[in-house]
Design a protein around this ligand. Structure first.
Ligand code: ADP
Ligand code: ZN
Length: 517
């Protein structure tokens, strides 16, 4: 049997060796045991069910949420001589009937189907006549409301085991923390499944976080250092993708935007051009990338903070799939957190769900604000311990130092106190730096003793330090429109000299070391 699966790998997929865990997973499935496979994007999950599908008699039913993805996978399989098909709403009803016939006649090895299609009409009833030998559930985290991409239609899969107790199930996902993993097993009723967890470490990806100021300018200088290298910029909003793409275009870059508001043909055209290297840069919402198999993406930039570590990891994982060095950059400012928090609070989720989303956001914040090796933080999220610092993140390259910043804190806090806690970031920095602009003069802030008290620090340093003060809890921010700063009991302790404040030394961008080329 060992030979059989290796022969299939060679014959149908053209590879000589298995990647770590693939062979064990295939053996488990061939022994008709249930299993859960956790492998990062690009790790090679597909062959884990495709090879058993080819080797087993009968049909493998593959549940997959994305119609576009199905088509690609099926075409690739057919191109390699495997009888595969997909069933979804993009097909005419006569085409669908024909596929149902083929399944019934036992002519298919793999049938890809979206869960909503599986449970509509009589399809689920047909299954018992089809000699199903394996269920493969791709993106299986979609079944769990603990995951980051819960899809209610996945829930119906909880009846699979009851209806087909003898058919093994292989659940696959690239993103699931421990709670989500347990929930997947529970929902699918495969509690005894063998779980395979591959390392999530992608050492070829450099990790860095840059201060979220002048993002466009920083992006341009970044791209200039990555001449002609393909990259993706993720933005929070559709509008954002359009603005960023337009600004890059006018700077002479081959960039286009991509979001779910575009017509389907336009979307596939942009995607196609990117795959063929006709455009260098895609500026996209998270709608872009699921299932994109472009191996030479050399960088990924997050213009805005992602909502959780799983999504972030999946998105940066689209870079460097060929194993060569690739760079990832996250822009971050305290306002990104506020925006995300507001989005959660204003959503129509249940109270428990909101709590979960806040907790997930908080883990993302820990990554962004790390003053230890960022890869340690990232991998610890997936419960992976790391033996040593990675050497390929901005913290490793620019070790952080802490210093006594009590005086800096006192200046900022007294600026807040003397303006009756009515100022937000921009105005506070102007007061500290002594900028005599119209707003300042209008409110008479130029008469304050604090005015100009912090002229020795640059605006970017102030913004960094004030962000750190917020995080260390010695001041607060109001959840109002203006996001004004507020004092709390800790602030007064600092102002009275009863409490010291340590901050992490700011390193100007021009002095930060990046990955060695
Ligand atoms: P995933 O679904 O985990 O994101 P895929 O199954 O799409 O990943 O595989 C990612 C890439 O790795 C594909 O191009 C696939 O052909 C390739 N691949 C999978 N297994 C192997 C292997 N054993 N040797 C070499 N390449 C492989
Ligand atoms: Zn590191």
């Amino acid at each position: 049997m060992t030979h059989e699966k290796l022969d299939v790998l060679k014959k149908y997929f053209g590879y000589d060796t298995f990647r770590p865990q693939q062979a064990e997973i295939i053996d488990t499935v061939m022994a008709n045991k249930d299993c859960l496979v956790l492998m990062p994007t690009g790790g090679g999950k597909s062959v884990c069910f495709q090879i058993p599908a080819i080797l087993k008699p009968g049909l493998t039913v593959v549940i997959s949420p994305l119609i576009a993805l199905m088509k690609d996978q099926v075409e690739a399989l057919r191109g390699n001589g495997v009888n595969a098909a997909f069933l979804n709403s993009s097909l005419s009803s006569s085409e669908q009937d024909q596929i149902l016939w083929q399944a019934k006649l036992g002519e298919l090895k793999l049938l890809y189907i979206a869960p909503e299609r599986l449970f509509s009409g009589s399809t689920f009833e047909f299954l018992k006549d089809w000699n199903v030998s394996l269920f493969a559930i791709d993106e299986s985290h979609c079944i769990s409301s603990w995951g980051h991409d819960f899809r209610p239609e996945y829930r119906q899969l909880n009846t699979l085991k009851q209806r087909f107790p003898d058919v093994p199930v292989i659940a696959l996902t690239a993103t699931a923390d421990r709670v989500t993993r347990r929930d997947i097993l529970k929902q699918l009723h495969i509690e005894h499944a063998e779980t395979f967890i591959s390392s999530f470490d992608r050492p070829n990806l450099s990790l860095s976080v840059l201060p979220g100021r002048k993002r466009l300018q920083q992006i341009q200088s970044f791209i200039n250092k990555h001449e002609n290298q393909a990259g993706i910029i993720y933005c929070l909003s559709r509008k954002g993708t359009e603005t960023v793409a337009a600004s890059l275009q006018s700077a002479g870059f081959k960039a286009e935007y991509y979001h779910a508001g575009l017509a389907a043909d336009k979307r596939s055209k942009v995607q196609e051009k990117f795959l063929k290297d006709d455009i260098q840069i895609i500026v996209a919402t998270i709608a872009f990338g699921m299932g994109i198999d472009k191996s030479n993406v050399r960088w990924v930039i997050h213009y805005n903070l992602p909502s959780n570590v799983e999504s972030f990891y999946q998105e940066i994982g689209r870079a460097g799939r060929d194993g060569s060095a690739a760079d990832t950059v996250l822009f971050y400012s305290y306002m990104d957190i506020i925006t995300r928090q507001d989005m959660i609070n204003n959503s129509d989720q249940s109270v428990e769900q909101k709590e979960l989303l806040h907790a997930k956001l908080n883990r993302m914040k820990q990554y962004a604000e790390a003053d230890i090796c960022r890869r340690r933080i990232l991998l610890s999220y997936f419960n992976e311990a790391v033996e040593k610092d990675c050497g390929n993140c901005d913290v490793c390259q620019n070790p952080r130092t802490r210093f006594d910043a009590t005086i800096i804190a006192q200046k900022a806090l007294s600026g807040i106190a003397r303006t009756d806690q009515k100022v937000a970031m921009g105005m506070l920095i102007d007061i500290l730096r002594g900028s005599r602009n119209r707003n300042i003069l209008q409110f008479g802030y130029d008469k304050l003793p604090t005015f100009g008290a912090g002229h020795d620090l640059r605006g970017e340093e102030w913004s960094e330090y004030i962000g750190q003060l917020l995080n260390s809890g010695v001041m607060d921010i109001a959840y109002d429109e203006a996001h004004t700063f507020k004092l709390n009991p800790a602030s007064w302790q600092v102002l009275r000299g009863e409490r010291k404040v340590d901050l992490v030394k700011f390193i100007p961008l021009s002095e930060r070391k990046a990955r060695e080329e």
